[in-house]
Design a protein around this ligand. Structure first.
Ligand code: ZN
Length: 149
């Protein structure tokens, strides 16, 4: 499927010699990081590999529900407002813009395929995992058409 990006691809993340950056990158790897694992344990569900747009972290195929866990660093969470790394700032700015645009495109594609998309922020899972779990369970057990945060 051809994607209508307006931003340019940015390539791999540069190696950083700054401790803070590599630390926050380590704890914010796109997959298999802590918040997903916490949710995986609570849901008693494995983090799935799938071929859906954006490769959602959890899917409920019967209900066509896709759940994403958004890392606050990679997805530029407004609430946490984590600083952009001081080295390679331009790269990171473009990287984040690209991520945000990719999120939008993935959501649109999932929507076109008839999937309902639910997103949770890393900080919500860390601060109140039970609330997140409760929400997901509600979505999965009820026929919720629209999610409003
Ligand atoms: Zn956050």
């Amino acid at each position: 499927m051809k994607r209508a990006y307006t931003t340019q691809p940015v390539g791999k993340s540069p190696k950083s010699n700054s401790k803070t950056v590599s630390k926050s990158m380590k704890s914010n790897k796109p997959r298999g990081t802590k918040p997903e694992k916490i949710l995986s344990m609570l849901l008693k569900k494995k983090i799935e590999r799938n071929t859906l747009p954006g490769n959602p972290d959890f899917i409920f195929p019967k209900k066509k529900i896709a759940v994403f866990v958004n890392g606050c660093f990679w997805h530029k969470c407004k609430k946490c407002n984590l600083p952009i790394p001081k080295t390679n700032t331009e790269f990171w700015k473009r990287k984040f813009e690209r991520n945000i645009e990719r999120d939008k495109i993935n959501k649109k594609e999932l929507d076109n395929l008839g999937w309902k998309v639910f997103e949770f922020w890393e900080h919500d899972i860390r601060s109140n995992p039970d609330k997140v779990l409760g929400r997901i369970k509600r979505y999965v057990t009820k026929d919720v058409r629209q999610y409003s945060p």
